[in-house]
Design a protein around this ligand. Structure first.
Ligand code: C5P
Length: 298
């Protein structure tokens, strides 16, 4: 994430993610699933403006270029609101904030938009409210908010994550990666996709460490063979759009294709930024959904 001070406000540009590898290992006693995943940060950002106010009120407004954002919970269920409330309670402070969220990352896409916003809120309000919380305390709070929040807190280009996703280990990325990303009109609920994994279990023998070292060596040929997602099967069962989209992407002349997180967004790993732009232009004619040509970046 990138933070800039603008007068009394702190403005944060906070990125989306793609999962290049996601292996679900099994269901846990607490209902979550143990997994190992490799995530990269991409240059598609939500922008959030924070301003501290003297009263304890949290005033959150959301805007987007797309009407789809209306399905987002604006009130106390919004992850930005939950992150701010968690900070207020855990630090026992009586100040509040005026927060304006400009959404670009699609929701229910598996691109971590809500988690990224939550991580940005922890970092920004820690500064605005001068709380002085260290990285490890912020990581504890992040894991209470969701499984992907810790990844965004690290602001790393790529991370190998385990546990339910909250245990992060930044890894090297040998070269910038370029993608075409397609988000079908309908999203998928993460909980439903994980539930469906119970019926359609797929795992891989490829280890997280071997995918991380392929990413570090930077050879596209090696990276493409490491791509895997246990949740693709269940998502294809739940959504005909995802099934069709993965078929379209597999027929493109890209290095590899796959689904991110629990979907519904899918991606093609391209050979260059130019190829990603060209494919995005071609796919726009097919009415598959929202299309992005993006590269890795923080
Ligand atoms: O952690 P997060 O709020 O993103 O998770 C949303 C839902 O996805 C959880 O309520 C759970 O049903 C499912 N999930 C899971 N195992 C994980 C992560 C998420 O079962 N590791």
């Amino acid at each position: 994430m990138r933070l800039t001070r603008q007068g009394p406000s702190l403005v944060v540009h906070t990125p989306a993610k793609l999962n290049l590898f996601l292996n679900v290992l099994g269901r846990r006693q607490d209902g979550f699933h143990d997994l190992e995943t490799l995530m990269v940060s991409i240059r598609l950002y939500d922008t959030i403006r924070f301003e501290s106010v003297a009263s304890p009120d949290l005033e959150l407004s959301c805007r987007s270029l797309r009407t789809a954002v209306m399905s987002l919970p604006f009130g106390p269920d919004n992850l930005v609101h939950r992150a701010a409330t968690l900070l207020q309670h855990s630090c026992r402070i009586s100040r509040g904030a005026r927060i304006c969220l400009f959404k670009r990352i699609p929701s229910e896409a598996g691109m971590g938009g809500g988690s990224s916003d939550a991580a940005a809120t922890l970092v920004a309000l820690n500064q605005c409210w001068e709380l002085g919380l260290g990285r490890s305390r912020l990581h504890e709070l992040a894991s209470e908010l969701g499984s992907d929040v810790n990844f965004f807190l690290d602001s790393s280009l790529a991370s190998a994550c385990s546990g339910r996703g909250e245990l992060t280990r930044p890894v090297a990325l040998g070269r910038p990666l370029h993608f075409v990303v397609v988000k079908p009109p309908l999203g998928l609920s993460t909980g439903r996709v994980f539930q469906a994994w119970g019926q359609i279990r797929t795992t891989t023998t490829t280890s997280l460490d071997s995918v991380a070292s392929r990413l570090a060596d930077g050879h596209l040929e090696h990276i493409r063979h490491g791509l895997f997602n246990s949740l693709e099967g269940p998502a294809r069962e739940l959504s005909a759009d995802v099934d069709r989209l993965l078929g379209v992407l597999a027929r493109l002349d890209v290095a590899a294709s796959g689904m991110t997180g629990s979907g519904s967004a899918c991606f093609g790993l391209c050979r260059s930024a130019r190829q990603a732009l060209g494919i995005a232009r071609r796919l726009r004619g097919l009415r598959l959904g929202q299309i992005y040509a993006v590269s890795t970046g923080i």
